[in-house]
Design a protein around this ligand. Structure first.
Ligand code: SF4
Ligand code: SF4
Length: 116
């Protein structure tokens, strides 16, 4: 599964620089697939959807920091544990029960985000 940030977040910002995939954004901030990844140009999804990696996407939360599930790999391929959860002072980076992925799928996502 990916990790999500609950509304217990105190907006301290400690997690954002720790994410190897640039999957964490400040409340109200727009996000892009291309931020902090090697994705560029038109990208293809398994669903058949096609999207511009640089397209500005609306903020997922206007209240607290948020995680883009499609960019979160649970830190697989980079670290032994989710770095956001490791540094969060209020333990509000938790499993996202709506996004379940296997280790193989997470590794594939990491490779996709950081394709050479
Ligand atoms: S678990 Fe890792 S990849 Fe996912 S948001 Fe947290 S720091 Fe980023
Ligand atoms: S470290 Fe925790 S409290 Fe601080 S911004 Fe990230 S999720 Fe929110």
């Amino acid at each position: 599964m990916a990790i999500k940030i609950t509304d217990e977040c105190i907006n301290c910002g400690a997690c954002e620089p720790e994410c190897p995939n640039n999957a964490i954004y400040d409340a109200g901030a727009a996000w892009r697939f291309s931020d902090g990844t090697n994705l560029k140009g038109m990208i293809n999804f398994p669903t058949g959807e096609v999207m511009d990696a640089g397209e500005v996407q609306p903020a997922i939360s206007d209240e607290v920091y948020y995680i883009v599930s499609d960019k979160c790999t649970e830190c697989v391929g980079f670290h032994d544990e989710p770095q956001c959860a490791a540094v969060c002072p209020v333990d509000c980076c938790v499993d996202n029960e709506d996004v379940r992925e296997t280790e193989e799928e997470l590794l594939a996502k990491k490779a996709w985000l950081h394709v050479e």
